[in-house]
Design a protein around this ligand. Structure first.
Ligand code: GRG
Length: 298
């Protein structure tokens, strides 16, 4: 059942999160060959309470185009695995050096740096194993693997992270900031919609519209992330706040001020929702998810 109001949205979204949680639990049980500390390190962060936004986007995109089934669920888990690997590596001392993630002590603090690096490596590889075996037609599988590899690669997630680390303490530059976030955060949002569209059997126009929605939503999400780092609540967020200031990061509120950042995020969410026009009522879930991103406190 589609949500009819923002009050019924959490229940609707919970259905997707529960499916993803159960599938990730099974996928990270691992058989012989996986050492116990590695399995425990992976599960420590994968099964911690994340928002599951990206896999939910995969499932919702598949649903608005066709149906949400075991194929889209596998694709959703693949995206969440890449995202989780990036969080584990981002928390390492060589990167953001964090001690709290998803309400738990970070992976390297509990299991040591070497095991945390290996946990991320294993998730990165497993994402492609899961996607390659998702059961979609071979051409769809191959396109999905290509899209995910590009989104996770040197010109997107990893490149954005590299530039973000290099940009700390550099002069304010909106173009650079938007380019960093389009890659570091935006690419994974965008690919979630693209992969959901591909496994859902989208037409070219549906694919383009979902891609535009993902692009706008990804940037809006990053702006709200910057705002929450400034004034959010650590126990709600399950991660430290004030890190951007501490690391002298280039941020939207730092560059544009809080009010203008809020205005931009709201405008991007409106534009994301406009892109959904032709889907009509079927896209209500995606529209509410976009509104949630704007209002979120977690
Ligand atoms: C190490 C290759 C590599 C990349 C790291 C994930 C990332 C890139 C950096 C994390 C730091 C950060 C604040 C990024 C901005 C947005 C972001 C990805 C936030 C975390 O995503 P959420 O809030 O996390 O959706 P949950 O835990 O809910 O899944």
């Amino acid at each position: 059942m589609l949500p009819t109001s923002t009050s019924t949205f959490p229940q609707y979204a919970q259905k997707f999160c529960n499916q993803v949680d159960a599938a990730l639990d099974e996928l990270t049980s691992y058989g012989q060959g996986c050492p116990d500390p590695l399995r425990d390190a992976i599960r420590h962060i994968v099964l911690a309470p994340g928002k599951r936004l990206r896999p939910t986007l995969v499932l919702m995109a598949a649903e608005v185009c066709g149906e949400c089934n075991h194929v889209s669920l596998a694709a959703a888990c693949a995206v969440e695995m890449i995202h989780t690997y990036s969080l584990i590596h981002d928390d390492l001392p060589a990167m953001d050096d964090d001690d709290l993630r998803r309400g738990r002590p970070t992976c390297h603090l509990v299991f040591g740096e070497a095991t945390a690096i290996l946990a991320g490596d294993a998730l990165l590889a497993q994402a492609f194993e899961v996607l390659a075996g998702c059961g979609a037609e071979p051409s769809v599988v191959s396109n999905c693997c290509l899209e995910l590899a590009q989104a996770a690669g040197a010109c997107a997630l990893v490149g954005g992270q590299a530039d973000d680390l290099a940009a700390a303490s550099t002069a304010a530059d909106l173009e650079l900031l938007e380019s960093i976030h389009a890659r570091k955060t935006g690419a994974m949002f965008r690919v979630s919609l693209r992969i959901g569209a591909l496994v859902g059997g989208a037409s070219d126009e549906q694919y383009q519209r979902l891609d535009t929605y993902g692009e706008k939503l990804g940037l809006a999400f990053q702006i709200t992330d910057d705002l929450l780092d400034l004034s959010g609540n650590e126990s709600n967020l399950g991660k430290r706040t004030g890190k951007d200031d501490e690391h002298q990061k280039l941020t939207f509120p730092g560059l544009l001020g809080v009010k203008e950042s809020e205005r931009r995020a709201a405008q991007l969410v409106d534009e994301a929702c406009q892109a959904l026009g032709p889907f009509g009522e079927r896209a209500q879930g995606l529209e509410m998810l976009a509104r949630y991103v704007l209002e979120r406190t977690t």
